[in-house]
Design a protein around this ligand. Structure first.
Ligand code: ZN
Length: 160
């Protein structure tokens, strides 16, 4: 009986936490599409006027215009993964189509597609990273929920 009551109260607390994390009615709306679009255009997902990047791939700590914090974004290697996913299909498809239309030796294709691959990757990495940060901001992921990420408590050693 007591255990049930404890379990019940614990569930209530968890529910309150998840509402606070993933957006309740009281919170300001963060439209997903608009946030991703603003991030891809190198502007702050929150206000749309400040810059999101202070360098090629360095995200600003705080928006210069509205002060929104971005230092706790966790884009990590998702932008690179997405660039590889998208460009891989475009480049391999392009190589195969041109080889069908204009058969050429391998080194000719390499000389054409390798520079295109490098340039397209460098050009698309910043907008895609901006879109990922915008997505994380809109979904209140990680520090964007208003709370710090909690460090997992390690399990005790098994032989203790
Ligand atoms: Zn801003």
């Amino acid at each position: 009986m007591t255990a049930n009551q404890m379990g019940g109260s614990r569930m209530d607390t968890n529910q309150a936490d998840s509402v606070a994390t993933f957006g309740g009615g009281a919170q300001v709306e963060r439209p997903l599409g608009r946030s991703i679009k603003r991030g891809m255009l190198n502007s702050c997902p929150a206000c749309g006027s400040g810059k999101l990047f202070r360098n090629y791939l360095k995200v600003v700590d705080n928006c210069a215009s509205c002060g929104e914090a971005y230092h706790h974004h966790r884009a990590d290697d998702l932008p690179a993964y997405l660039v590889i996913l998208v460009l891989g299909h475009v480049l391999v498809g392009g190589f195969m189509l041109t080889d069908l239309a204009f058969p050429a030796p391998g080194w000719v294709h390499f000389a054409i597609w390798a520079p295109i691959g490098v340039i397209a990757s460098l050009l698309s990495l910043q907008p895609i990273k901006g879109g990922v940060v915008g997505l994380q901001w809109a979904l209140r992921m990680h520090g964007f929920s208003g709370r710090e990420d909690e460090v997992e408590t390690p399990l005790p050693a098994r032989d203790e």
